[in-house]
Design a binder for this molecule. Structure first.
Ligand SMILES: [Cu+2]
Length: 289
């Protein structure tokens, strides 16, 4: 009797915890409510099955409890029941997987008018690139990566000259505008994850992955790396600020383009003769003394 009661309590407690726990999702900030729907479908299916099985166990423990004058029957096979269980399990699993396939198809079917942002991951930081005035991201090659050209842009590609580079961990996106997020890794696997967007995607070295999103709410949202990528994985954080189009454009204007950052870095041959260099390297000279 006690065991049966405990089992009933486990079922009731689990449902109550699910409904009352404070660790529910953060409010959504994108168009991907479909993702939430698929999770809710999964919760319903697994929840109903969980409660049914636990209650059935409680019933059996109580109903068929030990009595001196009663003997268990031995029935190792029951074809009819096996068919039923196999059938119901298949339907349940299919019902959990099918919505995901539809959502995935939409997740990677980018609308024609989507703007672009590129996310670059490396141990252990994020940086971002916008296509600039021409709307086209310039070509890149890992062989071009230098301290002056951390994005590895092709310096001879005219389409890359106006690309806007954001080296800090904060990206911005305009409100209510679809955007294609292209992802690139410099070293190992990373995963770009913004919980409020209900969107995440792996960054795979040697590959450009993508998804699309329409931010539907202004605010500042955390970017997490969701793929164990080494010692500093837990500090690989960033921010995405969603703001009205006009504010976004004003911010974008202030960020350096590739051409500007190259000009700022000089010709790309660092001056190592500290004694003869002027101005810029003075703090370094002081440090070395
Ligand atoms: Cu990472």
């Amino acid at each position: 009797m006690v065991v049966a009661l405990i089992l009933v309590l486990v079922a009731v407690g689990s449902v109550a915890f699910h409904l009352l726990s404070p660790w529910w999702w953060t409010p959504i900030a994108s168009n991907w409510s479909y993702i939430d729907h698929t999770i809710i479908i999964t919760f319903w299916i697994t929840g109903v099955v969980f409660v049914a099985i636990i209650l059935f166990m409680a019933y059996c423990v109580f109903r068929y409890r030990y009595r001196k004058d009663r003997r268990a029957e031995y029935e190792p096979e029951n074809k009819k029941m096996e068919w039923w269980l196999t059938g119901l399990t298949s339907v349940g699993v299919a019902a959990m997987l099918a919505p995901g396939l539809f959502v995935w198809n939409q997740f990677v079917s980018v609308p024609e008018d989507a703007a672009k942002i590129e996310v670059v991951g490396e141990q252990w930081q994020w940086s971002f690139r916008y296509p600039g005035k021409d709307g086209v991201l310039g070509t890149t090659d890992p062989r071009n990566i230098t301290p002056e050209n951390p994005f590895g842009l092709n310096p001879n590609d005219p389409k890359g000259q106006d690309d806007v580079l954001v080296q800090g961990p904060e990206a911005r996106l305009p409100l209510d505008k679809p955007v294609k997020v292209l992802l690139r890794a410099k070293d190992v696997l990373h995963d770009f994850y913004v919980p409020q967007f209900r969107a995440k995607m792996d960054l795979v070295p040697g590959m450009i992955t993508y998804f699309w999103i329409t931010p539907t709410r202004t605010g500042t949202f955390d970017v997490l790396c969701a793929e164990l990528c080494g010692l500093g994985h837990h500090v690989m954080r960033g921010k995405v600020v969603v703001e009205p189009e006009s504010e976004f454009q004003a911010w974008l204007q202030e960020q350096p383009t590739f051409a500007q950052s190259l000009a700022r870095a000089g010709t790309g041959t660092p001056d190592i003769n500290l004694a003869s260099s002027e101005g810029g390297s003075e703090p370094l000279e002081r440090l070395l003394k």
